[in-house]
Design a protein around this ligand. Structure first.
Ligand code: R5P
Length: 313
């Protein structure tokens, strides 16, 4: 069966890099907007009988990219694709995986539902905010992990002496433990509570960070509020002012670049799951997940296992 890669506009350079790695051409698409704002998509190349992979990051603007993913999958299915897989390097809405207050929507579940009814047979997503996301999907879901790539970059840049892995909130503790185990380092945890989409409060640090170089690990950076608050708490607790930050998804929403700027930040390692600023004002190291996605797509196309690409807790 032919492999067809359909790029969404959420991260065209990444889709191009995946296509180059697989040695296939990207399907040409037309994505336009009607005057009233409705999106319209059309595949300009045939996909009948093909194994179609729609590569779309649902990063900012999240709603536009999510709807575009749905339309591309629907177009592929209606055009006779044999199988449609949504490859989602960054999955927006995954943080809304539970109702924290009364009368809220469960957006993560709804996003999974609309993707599943759009004509998608399978989903492969990278370091989604929560493992429970798999249970929200009615179609098979592969949770691919970029953590081995991030670990490789941390080692490539060199571990600072007396480092400590830091989880910036309780949600990232398992991730921190994984980094700590692989790097043979201790773990500390920052206790954070979220006040609003852009504001967090830190109530303390658990673990010994005095005189140590923190390596803060998280799944994503949005406004940078979590990282900034964690760094301030660590410095107050006596940590060294050479902080490394590692996250799969660097969204840098709003004034995040400004918020994260400071002498305390030694280096920031993220992937290209969403497009990264060409000349960032931060000491940014960007690791490409294109080879990871190409490997996953190749295996899915050959009906092979994804062993080694998926992180099971
Ligand atoms: C939250 O649980 C996530 O793991 C991240 O810590 C959070 O989404 C980062 O958002 P922000 O950068 O806006 O604080």
């Amino acid at each position: 069966m032919d492999v067809c890669l359909v790029p969404g506009s959420g991260n065209v350079p990444l889709a191009e890099a995946v296509a180059a790695s697989l040695g296939v051409a990207l399907v040409h698409t037309e994505v336009t907007k009607f005057p009233d704002g409705e999106q319209h998509v059309r595949l300009r190349d045939p996909v009948r009988g093909a194994d179609v992979f729609v590569v779309q990051s649902t990063g900012p603007p999240v709603d536009t990219h999510l709807v575009e993913l749905l339309l591309l999958a629907d177009a592929a299915q209606r055009a006779g694709a044999e199988r449609v897989t949504a490859v989602i390097p960054y999955f927006g809405y995954a943080r809304q995986d539970r109702r924290a207050h009364g009368r809220e929507a469960l957006a993560a579940r709804l996003a999974a539902d609309v993707i599943a009814v759009s004509g998608v047979d399978r989903v492969a997503a990278v370091d989604v905010h929560t493992r429970t996301m798999e249970g929200f999907f009615s179609v098979p879901f592969d949770h691919i992990s970029a953590v081995p790539l991030l670990l490789g970059e941390v080692l490539h840049l060199g571990l600072p002496p007396d480092a400590v892995i830091v989880s910036p909130d309780l949600g990232a503790v398992k991730l921190a433990e994984r980094f700590a185990k692989e790097l043979d380092l201790p773990v500390a945890v920052v206790r954070k509570s979220r006040l609003s989409g852009a504001e967090v409060a830190v109530t303390g640090v658990t673990g010994n960070v005095r005189g140590r170089a923190p390596i803060i690990v998280d799944d994503m950076i949005s406004t940078g509020g979590t990282i900034r608050a964690a760094a301030e708490a660590l410095l107050s607790a006596g940590a060294r002012d050479t902080v490394t930050v590692v996250a799969t998804h660097g969204l840098f929403a709003g004034d995040a670049l400004e918020r994260l700027r400071g002498n305390w930040l030694d280096r920031m390692i993220v992937t290209d799951s969403v497009p990264q600023p060409a000349a960032a004002s931060l000491p940014l190291h960007v690791v490409s997940i294109a080879p990871l996605l190409a490997d996953a797509i190749g295996r899915l196309e050959r009906r092979e296992a994804l062993a080694g690409l998926i992180w099971f807790e």
